[in-house]
Design a binder for this molecule. Sequence first.
Ligand code: GCW
Length: 715
Amino acid sequence: MRLKKILLILWMLIIPLIAFSETGERLWLRYNPLPDDVQARYAGLVSVYFEPGSSTVNVARDELNKAFRGLIGGRLQFQDNIKKSSLLIGKEISSKADVDGLDEALKKCGSEGYVIKSAEIGGRNKIIISANTDAGILYGTFAFIRMMQTGRSPGNLNIIEKPKYDLRLLNHWDNLDGTVERGYAGHSIWWNREKDFDDLKEHYRIYARANASVGINGTVLNNVNADPQVLTHDYIEKFARFADLLRPYNIKVYMSVNFSSPAIIGGLEDSDPLREEVRQWWKQKVAEIYDLIPDFGGFLVKANSEGQPGPQDYGRTHAEGANMMAEALEPYGGIVMWRAFVYSPSGDDRAKQAYNEFVPLDGKFHENVIVQVKNGPVDFQPREPFSPIFGAMEHTSLMIEFQITQEYLGFSDHLAYLAPLQKECLESDTYVKGPGSTVAKTTDGSIFNQAHSAIAGVANIGRDINWTGHHFAQANWYAYGRLAWDHTLAADNIAVEWVKMTFSHAPDFVQPVLNIMMRSREAVVNYMTPLGLHHLMGWGHHYGPEPWTDIENARPDWLPRYYHNASEYGIGFDRSESGSNAVEQYSEPLRSMFNNPGTCPENLILWFHHLPWDYRMSSGLTLWDELCYHYYHGVEEVRLMQKKWDRLAGMIDQERFDHVQHKLKIQAREAVWWRDACLLYFQTFSGMPISYELERPTHDLQELMELEFDMTHHN
Ligand code: GCW
């Protein structure tokens, strides 16, 4: 009897802990009660006129309801009468009430944008959310919820939004066996699941809501290294199930396809894109897909890249391959996203190859082909210059591909807020049409009249309960979506939104966390690959430092030595006129600026130049000392991030606090690992001491070179 009583008491103590346990599963849509002063601002808005509509409108309506209930503890009162309502939401509001300027505003917001406006109707102040489509209503509603979540005052609103890119996609590198290429948050949420689809629906809805909340309107459900099986009827049916589930959230599904599918699963002799039989095969396949998924988005293709088959296997061009698929998709409004990530081991400087292959094809792609280009010319490094393809293909729709999953930035163990990286690229001036021709403007349709504007991010999402492994990696999903909607948003403002929505409004929490986030990416650059160094990581896993790696018969362009070229003379990749001349691919004045070490930005100097160890940097230090200072600074930055975080104890739930604290410890240890490995190794060439005022290395080079890296801890 006594035992029972004790158990009961224990149980009562545990229940609230369970109820308030914070796994991170709800992402930034937690809808916990807002601070009282913020609640007060919205309390008067519970009377809502929500114009009835499609399932997309229902999603918006449910979301608003959920948000009000959670954020201010008020149930919405849905009215069918405009007069009685303080919040009016719908496409037809302007025909029902006289709202000054609403029609004009709606003309500016396109097919997915929205208007949020304060207005006086019948002597009473009201807020109107309107749009031209149901999708616009969905996004407008989410934007209004975000205003609540971030504590913005609902007075005097006059917001007109239109997304900068039409297609805002996630790319999942998910294999059909459930593994995820370069995924660090567990297995695939889509494939090879033990649970029934029906039992997973709620989980998928969180994914869908999160995407809709930032405006992501498309998702590629499988890896670009595509399994041909994905085009079998069974898988098409599975795609259809996902499409049905995501449709109300205005998210289309897309598929990565293998170029050799006609031969592999279709039993054809080959997959030559100019052979009629092959073309017919694709047409039939596409018809089969649209039969089940009438709004299917299209294909993503990695061809003749890293061993994948492609049109060049038959002596055809990328354009011929892409156009064949485009023709099959065209009658249904589908598109082909054809990746420009190509490089061959025998070719020229890897950084030049994609440009060399694709730029001559400008104008040869069908209108429904978009060439998808990685942000940098090599491969998602912590820092790269922008890919010179941007701006160089006036007559082709080009889309930028960012990597949200942190393949080269510490997986899901290191805190690296990526919006500054993405902004740096988007705002880089290509100069192709004079100053101000930023990468963003060359891709969003404002400089070139391209048929489609689009952007993609390689997802960092997996089966982990918090979706992304590191709680802060959620911010990268969020920020990518926000920038895809509006690339002019500032990285720090996006971070503040996310912190408030995800953790807390308390200024003495928000400010230090913002500070941590905003310095995090540069910290990673500094402890991994400062001054334009790149590709120094381990061979297969891409995690830790291995600038020394030498693998017999390996492709030279997969070895770090190819990139750092360290010798007794110096370090760096000579891409100037006297080297590979990659600078030539950039427009003036960039070409000359990059070409000359004296004018090349120092944060890219070893990307473009091979310089002697005693080269004088603008600081007056030798290159060697400068390199040392950068590596040490990176480590110090992580330590500072740790200190700032530890001070926040008690300000948020213990669970997420501990989790982040633990990850920061890993990051701090590994920053030292990177620093010591790179500097001790490069020191074997420079022969110069690490400045004595700096902390001594804590490792021996030999010890680090013998270290076996165990991937299993990092998946
Ligand atoms: O970054 C590299 C990765 C590969 C990836 C490839 C690509 C999907 O290491 O894992 O393959 O890029 O983008 O195709």
